[in-house]
Design a protein around this ligand. Sequence first.
Ligand SMILES: *Cc1c(COP(=O)(O)O)cnc(C)c1O
Length: 460
Amino acid sequence: MNHDDLRIWSKHAADWAHGYHAGLRDQPVRAPLIPGAISRQLPQQAPEAAEPIETIFADFERIVPPGITHWQHPRFFAYFPANASPASMLAEQLANAMAAQGMLWQTSPAVTEVEQVMITWLRDALGLPADFTGTIHDSATTATLSAILTMREQATDFAGNIAGLTGMPALRFYASAQTHSSVDKAVRVAGIGQNNLVKIATDSHYSMDPQALEQAISADKAAGMIPAGVILCAGGTSIGAFDRIADCIAVAKSHGLPVHVDAAWAGSAMICPEFRSLWAGVEGADSIVFNPHKWLGAQFDCAIQFLRDPTPQVKTLGLRPSYLETAGREEVVNFNEWTVPLGRRFRALKLWFTLRAYGLEGLRSRIRNHVTWANEAAQALAALPGVTITTAPSLSLFSFALETQAETESLLNRINDDGRIYLTQTRHDDAYVIRVQVGQFDCTRDDVMMIPQVVADLMA
Ligand SMILES: *Cc1c(COP(=O)(O)O)cnc(C)c1O
């Protein structure tokens, strides 16, 4: 296959994509789960001889889509969305065509400079102060790891990277039980140890209790340990919990501790000013992560980390071996020094296309609709006999259950085998509950109201 063939086949792929998206509503949302059903259809070894692209494409059409869970299906209400707006897909095609690697400014100035402008656009769109800058990572997990590594280095006066942590008093981090498992993963990977991530008690709203945070930090100090940072949750994955950001930041600051806010999902909603009270005080954070690849339409992968001052993170993650030096170019930013990986995709291009093709107003109206429709669906579900709304909508995320765990589990299995909608479960207050989030880019009110409809049908 050469570039002339590519020209033909990429047009063919565009037509295929159009048909794929047009037909999604007729497909079951979740792939039928039969382990081995796909791999069994592939040869055991790579071919020695070249094969014609016709054959490869035909095999793709036959084998792959039946094994895909349709994340762009308008009735995908599981997990969180991974929205891919059409404009974002177009930008990804162009980024793929150039296949540039933006590790340094000079390895493609456009990759770095469009990224810098997109960070500014989004910072302003979310109502964050002008002293925040930032960068794009692959995932919120990487952004949170970067933040925790930076806090570790700040707490050790940048000795950890060089001397290691052996022999040091324990470094302590603080988060609530509502924070995402990526925080647990980050403390493990950063050499902090799971036991040194202190899970702070929450109040009746599942928000971190600032007094409990104060007590935990003081007790650790008294015990000779080193408090190193606080991770706050703005829109938890399980039920959408929000910590009391301003109060908890005040406690952290009184101990001189840096704060990272995980708003991976809910951050997108902050383009709507009416939702910003949920994370009031966030401007006091040192680092904030949010994923435009969840709710904003810039397809996976695209995680934004805002930083009040990038210096400590660059000091932590930036390495300049001689082959990466950019002599005489001290004025440029080399974003690999802000992140864990060296290589970087051109992720800013899909933000540029998405923000322009829909405008902030178009994106806001989608999010507002999702929140309204989630509330309507929750109300309709609550009216069904035997259904309890276990957590009320936080933005567009709520949960419900039937009387017993066995009934709830069995209902969820029937819902997902039915295929018209896709929902997943979580554990809340020790109970098994069904989670509903509304956020797919193309969903309509009718799609959302299919949730109570399907539940009513399957309970009849
Ligand atoms: C989805 C999510 C994450 C993890 O995001 P990735 O980009 O997949 O690493 C972290 N925190 C919260 C609150 C999330 O919703």
